[in-house]
Design a protein around this ligand. Structure first.
Ligand SMILES: O=C(CO)[C@H](O)[C@H](O)[C@H](O)CO
Ligand SMILES: [Mn+2]
Length: 291
């Protein structure tokens, strides 16, 4: 099991200087840095090799998170949008390949966060999404990239809210590199039983996000970590576990994640760093059955 953190814990925008965060997370005791992929297709050769060198020098694995914008919606009603989205993802996969990135996760089956004033019937959306995801999977396969279909709560998404829905979706897509991606924050809202949801996902679970009920770092809240650790052991989960805390107001991230108060309580960067370092120790202890 590899333990990671999403860079946006420290940031307000959906892009950043990832070299800075490679250095930081290595120092704090992580194995993985998850980066926001929105800017990657436009990276120059120099930017790619600088980031790759940082990651290699620090022994950090990079994974990719992406909340697709509406114009990158692979399930859009508009065929032109779907076509442009696929082209954009192809450019992304090329850059991810150069960076040795093997996981792209998020609401890749549609876009995020959803504008609920403009939704199609779930059945129609599902059909287009299955087709679009198959195309994405074929484009990602030559680079050995797995795609994590993130199961997201009802206030942000409407296609995949529960592990059951994600299991059905992934099975229908039927591509080896399309995996289930669960997130403890979303599961806390939607699942009857978090352990059961993980066990049902079983070998199809390809990625896991962690965070408390209010998106603080793991260990500062009331998510049932023992139950999750037991379930991960039951399915012998051996992929990445990436914490995704969000505690800062403002910017694109504050708006999309809906942070309307300073959850960090004015924490300095040093304090955020200490909390992350404590959280990765906690997460290894609670979840890593193979440690
Ligand atoms: O949990 C999430 C949204 O609530 C997602 O993992 C990411 O925050 C999103 O894809 C943006 O990167
Ligand atoms: Mn998540």
């Amino acid at each position: 099991m590899k333990h990671g953190i999403y860079y946006a814990y420290w940031e307000h925008q959906w892009k950043a200087n990832y070299c800075y965060y490679v250095d930081k997370v290595a120092r704090l005791g992580f194995d993985v840095l998850e980066i926001g992929c929105g800017s990657l297709p436009d990276y120059s050769k120099e930017q790619v090799s600088e980031l790759k060198k940082h990651a290699d020098d620090h022994g950090i694995i990079l994974s990719g998170g992406y909340g697709p914008t509406a114009n990158h919606n692979i399930a859009s009603k508009d065929p032109k949008v779907r076509e442009n989205a696929l082209d954009w993802y192809k450019r992304l996969f090329e850059k991810m390949g150069e960076l040795d990135m093997r996981m792209l996760c998020g609401a890749l089956y549609a876009y995020w966060p959803i504008d609920f004033s403009n939704v199609d019937s779930k059945e129609e959306e599902w059909k287009r999404s299955v087709e679009g995801t198959r195309l994405l999977a074929d484009a990602a396969a030559p680079y050995n990239i797995n795609l994590g279909m993130e199961t997201i709560n009802r206030f942000e998404e409407y296609l995949l809210n529960t592990a059951d829905e994600c299991i059905a979706f992934v099975k229908e897509v039927g591509k080896d590199n399309v995996k289930i991606h669960l997130d403890t924050f979303h599961m806390n809202i939607e699942e009857d039983d978090i352990g059961t949801a993980i066990r049902k996902a079983g070998k199809l679970l390809g990625h896991l996000h962690t965070g408390e009920c209010n998106r603080k770092v793991p260990g500062q809240g009331r998510i049932p970590w023992h139950e999750i650790g037991q379930a991960l052991r039951d399915i012998q989960y051996d992929e990445m576990v990436v914490m995704e805390p969000f505690v800062l107001m403002g910017g694109e991230a504050g708006r999309d994640i809906k942070i309307w108060r300073d959850i960090s309580k004015g924490a300095s960067e040093e304090q955020l760093d200490r909390d992350a370092a404590d959280a990765v120790c906690f997460q290894r202890y609670m979840l890593d059955w193979n440690r």
